[in-house]
Design a protein around this ligand. Structure first.
Ligand SMILES: [Zn+2]
Length: 369
């Protein structure tokens, strides 16, 4: 199979030959294709979609496959299924079900290579905890985590923690020693607590600028501390609802392209029409704008959109190129998690997507290989 499309970063027309799931050759095309070709997205944070939540006590392997297929249609070739704050049993069920689905399906296992645990060792304060249930926010417990990691078959590769929780520093050290990427998020930490967390091994901020108080002291706050820390990467939700354009641009400029990644943080309501829904014990609402909120509050509950829309937004908001934005949503998360980065060169796995895009417009995925 030969695909004629423009290289996502250089614009060069390419003829890409794919054989047995790998790139057999990549040469210049003599045609003038309008489509683009790029590595498929890798999203570090997908909670579910179309009413299916990875956090549901009723989650089945078929549900997992259904979410992966919807994500693929949006260019997301692989992602971290993400579980959030919940009881021990609920999280154990979620990780065990994910592991069972992947053990039975090698293709699905390739598309969901590792898991993200966003909780439950987070701030219980309104604002920082976002839509996470207050009653389940708690202090880190290494033994509890180990039991989830066993249920997950060792696949939990990323954990988001609030460093101000009792025992958090030792927990971060344990995770780091075990090869798990520690993210700071849903936190009300002081500057000193954030710096201590980074010294203990924390590598990134989860959805920086969200899971925050609505009002903060203007100078001395955890956002500036995380921005100023050169050892911390940051994931940003650029769905157009979570962060205003000026903030996205400023965050990207401060962190630089080498320490930024894009996530859609798709909630279980992503892709559903406007209306009221109930998920993980909370009343949620999809507004006409596509924004997903905890009913009757301004608090966002994950995103209603997928990575393709977030990448097109990031180009406009941060003033970056198509190539740069795609890298923030494919190569960058892979680098952070220590996964192989997909390259457009012979021998590489055909983990690619074809899409339409015009300057200033949307990104429409046509095909994911
Ligand atoms: Zn979160």
């Amino acid at each position: 199979m030969i695909y004629h499309a423009r290289h996502y970063a250089t614009g060069t027309p390419l003829a890409v030959a794919v054989e047995a799931g790998r790139l057999a050759s990549v040469t210049e095309s003599d045609r003038n294709p309008r489509e683009w070709i790029a590595p498929a997205f890798f999203d570090p944070q997908i909670n579910g979609c179309l009413g299916i939540s990875f956090n549901s006590p009723d989650l089945t392997p078929d549900n997992v496959r259904a979410v992966a297929d919807v994500c693929r249609a949006h260019g997301i070739g692989a992602f971290c299924p993400t579980l959030v704050t919940n009881s021990f049993d609920a999280l154990h069920h979620g990780f065990a079900t994910l592991a069972r689905a992947l053990d039975a399906d090698a293709d699905l296992a390739r598309r969901l290579p590792c898991f993200h645990l966003d909780g439950p060792y987070l701030s219980g304060d309104d604002g920082p905890r976002g839509a996470h249930p207050k009653e389940h926010a708690r202090d880190p417990d290494w033994d509890e985590f180990r039991r989830w990691q066993d249920a997950a078959g060792g696949r939990i590769r990323m954990v988001t923690v609030a460093p101000e929780r009792a025992g958090a520093l030792a927990f971060i050290e344990h995770l780091t020693a075990a090869g798990v990427v520690v993210a700071i998020g849903h936190t009300a930490a002081t500057g000193a607590q954030i710096r201590d967390a980074v010294r203990a091994g924390a590598k990134t901020s989860t959805h920086l600028g969200n899971g925050c108080h609505a009002l903060l002291p203007r100078h001395d706050n955890y956002l500036w501390e995380q921005l100023a820390c050169d050892d911390l990467w940051a994931s940003l939700i650029t769905d157009g609802h979570h962060l205003p354009p000026a903030l996205v641009k400023s965050f990207v400029r401060v962190k630089g392209l080498a320490r930024t990644l894009i996530t859609c943080d798709a909630s279980s309501l992503a892709g559903l029409p406007p209306g009221k829904y109930r998920a993980w014990g909370t009343d949620l609402e999809v507004l006409d704008s596509g924004k997903v909120v905890v009913s009757g509050t301004p608090f966002l509950a994950g995103s209603g959109h997928f990575t393709d829309l977030c990448v097109a937004n990031a180009i406009r908001m941060a003033g970056i190129t198509l190539g740069e934005a795609v890298d923030l949503a494919s190569a960058q998360p892979r680098r952070l998690l220590g996964l192989p980065v997909t390259k457009l060169e012979p021998g590489a796995p055909a983990d690619l997507m074809l899409f339409d895009w015009e300057e200033g417009g949307e990104l429409k995925v046509r095909e994911v290989m």
